[in-house]
Design a protein. Structure first.
Length: 112
């Protein structure tokens, strides 16, 4: 009797992640770190799984990411390497916190 062989389901992707030994070591460090954000650890795990030959569908299910976000992080890695790991600042977000004076009284408007 032949052993049961499970075939990967889903479409094959043209994305191939190849890591240098230094990148692999960095991603392994991020994945195991307890001092970095959980999101960065998940991104590291996603890239490691893909580099080890897992499909995107399997990696998303294993890594706990949403498929759309996975594609975003894969593209950033392909284009920017490990430097693309952080969220980019959006122009509609504040870049610095409000001053204490503005935080105390938000309704301090003069309506002449």
């Amino acid at each position: 009797m032949r052993p049961l062989v499970r075939m990967a389901r889903g479409r094959k992707t043209s994305v191939t992640i190849r890591l240098t030994p230094a990148e692999r070591l960095t991603l392994l460090t991020w994945q195991r770190s307890t001092t970095i954000s959980a999101g960065l650890a998940r991104r590291a795990r996603l890239l490691l799984l893909l580099a080890d030959g897992m499909t995107i569908t399997e990696a998303v299910a294993t890594g706990g990411l949403i498929r759309r976000h996975a594609y975003k992080w894969i593209q950033r890695f392909v284009h920017a390497g490990l430097e693309g790991r952080e969220d980019k600042l959006r122009s509609d977000r504040r870049s610095e916190p409000l001053s204490p004076d503005l935080r105390k009284e938000p309704n301090n408007l003069d309506v002449g």
